[in-house]
Design a protein around this ligand. Structure first.
Ligand SMILES: *[C@@H]1O[C@H](CO)[C@@H](O)[C@H](O)[C@H]1NC(C)=O
Ligand SMILES: *[C@@H]1O[C@H](CO)[C@@H](O)[C@H](O)[C@H]1NC(C)=O
Ligand SMILES: CC(=O)N[C@H]1CO[C@H](CO)[C@@H](O)[C@@H]1O
Length: 484
């Protein structure tokens, strides 16, 4: 009898917990009351096809300066390079520091290939020093230097201090190497801007204990702003993952280095960055052609990598040494996001399902199953970290999307909305004059349109057109999407 009662209580608890995890807190819904529809997506897609955006109109004017972009082969760094070129900075004034060579199609087919590229391991101080010390062409060598530091190693799945060195090497030691080198006066660097993350401010929600009368777990909705920056650094377990710990520490070091002659600042894009076929989110699921959503109903702010890049350039414009005293935006972080309302992961999946020309399947699992898998995966990865000899027996760290599914990812998979009102203020009012012109709807739809063009052109390895999609060539250079 007692067993039956316990069983019933257990089932009831699981049922309530599952329902609570699916809940959307009212505060979150207020920010994004409407879900995307197929009609809306198709309309936005058509609009995007007909109205390409000229980014060069939005970026601040060219400067007589030199540029070092650390992580310049990547998502945000690559966009910064392209935006700098589009506003007329000569390639000779741009140097890319990255571990990986250029690989983005849009970079390989642009003057970016003529920018100086220095293969750099930022975890090694000598490697960074030699990348900075390499001589510049005489036409630019006398100009002041701006450094954009965008390189990061993202392992959102780790939260245990045992695994901290995996991210802190690049994200903290690497950042300090760049900061120390850049601040040496002979490099003539007076502006240093780094990419941080809106997730720095996220506190792990309280999933346990869960009481059956709670409509959702505690702290299931959070606003991301910069208010944590003025408080002492939180202890490790008050961050969603090791990644955010390392980002927060790096941010503090960069902002503390701010002086009138070496002006610094950090940008916290939030939450997910999309924009390239190689990005870990939209690009990744388009290429994979399938997506199991871990937190389908969760409302989050997204940001296009192009808007992230734009914010870096606007921050630079704000920090230009036109006056001897730095503006109030110097030496602090700003959160930034797309314009328009935040979206859910299910919205993103619907966009891919509706618009991708490649095969795409979408599925969801009950949240308690997701949580159970996450704890098993974490147990597994910690077991291997504690007993490395197990790896010699051929046991491996869980990889792929399932390896990412650990409790830390669920810590950040909460309803979170970015409040970028500080960044949007004018420079005189303490902001950087951030102006995202396009919403997440337009941004994601444009990315899918580009992906479709790449698939048609055979530029996405291993991805073919979906059955039922025919190719039809319209006006010169323009492809028209036809669904049979
Ligand atoms: C900033 O975010 C925190 C955490 O969500 C919140 O408590 C605080 O009220 C926010 N501050 C402002 C000015 O919105
Ligand atoms: C913001 O991102 C969207 C999506 O990529 C883009 O269309 C828009 O032009 C960006 N805004 C600016 C000012 O570059
Ligand atoms: C880009 C880079 O330097 N990545 C390194 C970050 O740290 C990890 C672990 O220490 C290395 O495996 C990466 O190569």
């Amino acid at each position: 009898m007692l067993m039956l009662v316990l069983l019933a209580v257990g089932i009831f608890w699981l049922y309530r917990f599952n329902t609570a995890l699916k809940a959307t807190p009212e505060e979150a819904r207020k920010f994004s009351p409407k879900r995307w529809t197929q009609e809306q997506l198709k309309e936005a897609y058509e609009h995007a096809q007909k109205h390409p955006i000229d980014f060069s109109k939005h970026v601040p004017p060219a400067q007589k300066r030199r540029y070092i972009i650390v992580g310049g082969s990547g998502l945000v760094g690559g966009d910064i390079v392209l935006h700098l070129l589009s506003r007329g900075q000569p390639p000779s004034s741009i140097r890319i520091l990255d571990f990986a060579p250029l690989s983005r199609d849009d970079m390989l087919s642009s003057p970016a290939v003529t920018c100086d590229f220095v293969k750099t391991d930022i975890t090694s101080a000598p490697s960074v020093t030699s990348a900075f010390s390499k001589p510049w062409p005489p036409s630019v060598s006398h100009l002041p230097l701006t450094v954009f530091h965008t390189a990061a190693l993202i392992r959102p799945q780790d939260r245990h201090p045992l695994l901290y060195p995996l991210v802190s090497n690049v994200n903290l030691t690497g950042t300090l190497n760049i900061l120390t080198t850049a601040s040496q006066p002979h490099h003539n660097c007076d502006i240093f801007i780094a990419t941080s993350s809106a997730s720095v401010s996220i506190l792990p929600p309280k999933f346990f204990p869960y009481y059956p009368w709670q409509s959702h777990p505690q702290s299931y909705f959070q606003l991301c702003n910069e208010s944590d920056f003025s408080l002492p650094l939180r202890p490790h377990n008050k961050f969603f993952a090791n990644y955010a710990v390392s980002k927060a520490a790096a941010e503090r070091a960069i902002c503390a280095a701010n002086t009138p002659s070496f002006r610094t600042g950090c940008l916290r894009p939030g939450n997910a960055i999309y924009g390239q076929k190689t990005d870990p989110l939209v690009g990744n699921i388009l290429r994979q052609g399938s997506y199991v959503a871990y937190v389908p109903q969760v409302i989050q702010s997204f940001i296009s990598s192009q808007n992230v890049s734009l914010a870096h350039l606007q921050f630079e414009a704000a920090l230009l040494p036109s006056s001897p005293t730095p503006p109030p935006c110097a030496g602090r972080p700003f959160v930034i996001t797309d314009s328009g309302p935040p979206i859910t992961f299910r919205d993103m999946a619907l966009a891919c399902e509706t618009l991708s020309d490649a095969p795409f399947t979408y599925s969801e699992l009950p949240p308690i199953v997701i949580h159970a898998i996450a704890h098993v995966m974490e147990f597994w990865s910690l077991l291997l970290a504690r007993f490395p000899t197990l790896t010699k027996l051929g046991l491996k760290e869980p990889s792929g999307p399932i390896g990412m599914l650990q409790p830390a990812v669920l810590n950040v998979g909460i309803h979170s909305v970015v409040d970028d009102s500080n960044a949007k203020k004018g420079v005189g009012e303490g902001g950087i004059g951030y102006t995202p012109v396009v919403s997440t709807l337009e941004g994601i739809v444009r990315q899918i349109a580009e992906f479709n063009r790449d698939v048609r052109a055979g530029r996405v390895e291993g991805v073919k057109l979906r059955e039922g999609i025919k190719e039809k060539v319209g006006m010169v250079g323009e492809e028209v999407r036809v669904v049979a």
